[in-house]
Design a protein. Structure first.
Length: 126
């Protein structure tokens, strides 16, 4: 009888470990697919943003050339403005690029619905 209990306990533990492994695989698959979806969305939006930036730069260049009357000076002003924008983005890259991406990855892979805290009334807290 004692051996039967041990075999039953062993089977239950084995079943529990198998179910936990399946849950872990499903959870990781879900989180990876969410991350991949965000990455694809950012890529598409980035490409659309570059196309929009190019059109805006052409518009600004033509407008500035009409106002100033000298095409090369308008282009030079536009290049100086873009270098300034690039410098601002470069010096604040940690705050505006790296931290949000790291936070998004951390939230995607380490937060789950089961980890949310609840208060005494059963309401979810963030």
């Amino acid at each position: 009888m004692n051996a039967e209990k041990q075999n039953g306990l062993f089977d239950n533990v084995k079943n529990y470990v198998d179910l936990k492994a399946e849950y872990l695989k499903l959870d990781l698959t879900e989180k990876f697919s969410l991350f991949a979806g965000k990455l694809v969305l950012l890529g598409v939006l980035g490409l659309m943003g570059v196309a929009l930036l190019m059109l805006l730069l052409l518009f600004f260049n033509n407008l500035l050339a009409q106002i100033i009357g000298i095409q090369w000076l308008a282009t030079l002003i536009e290049i100086a403005l873009m270098v300034g924008v690039i410098a601002v983005v470069w010096y604040s890259r940690e705050r505006i690029i790296f931290r949000p991406i790291a936070d998004s990855i951390i939230r995607t892979f380490f937060d789950s619905e089961n980890d949310k805290k609840t208060d005494n009334n059963g309401n979810e807290k963030n």
